[in-house]
Ligand binder design. Structure first.
Ligand code: FES
Length: 138
């Protein structure tokens, strides 16, 4: 079982995360649990970590307070991506391997600000409230 880290509201990137994309994978009370049936949650997180380790920080966190969108994944831009206008992208209902694969493809291509996401990912994008957004983005 993987440890889940709680994100504090004023958390800033560390250990080189600012130079790479950060992929935040919610593993709280709904995301990553049997409440989202038919998903191999452990395999999803393992696939993201294995595929993105060279190019991104992948972290599991506790509930992001957007449970109605479980499983939630947030792709935050690298420093270069942010400089090009990239902003964190919140993806919800990431409950199939194809969506996970599309996230991998996009992040490997550079992620927000540096590469266009596969069109299909647009179906997963949602906009959380400002309060929720702050838990991950600041
Ligand atoms: S458990 Fe993921 S948003 Fe609540």
């Amino acid at each position: 079982m993987e440890a889940v880290r709680r994100v504090s509201p004023r958390k800033t990137p560390t250990d080189g995360a600012a130079t790479r994309c950060t992929v935040t994978v919610c593993r709280g009370c709904c995301c990553g649990t049997a409440k989202v049936p038919g998903v191999d949650h452990a395999a999803q997180l393992a696939a993201l970590k294995a595929a993105l380790a060279p190019v991104a920080q992948v972290r599991a966190v506790n509930c992001l307070d957007a449970c109605e969108h479980a499983n939630v994944v947030v792709v935050q831009p690298s420093a270069a991506g942010r400089a090009e206008g990239g902003r964190p992208v919140w993806l919800g209902l990431v409950n199939d391997p194809d969506a996970t694969g599309d996230i991998v493809t996009w992040v490997r291509a550079g992620g927000p600000g540096l590469a266009e996401p596969p069109d299909i990912l647009g179906l997963y994008v949602f906009s959380p409230s400002r309060r929720v957004r702050r838990t991950v983005e600041e």
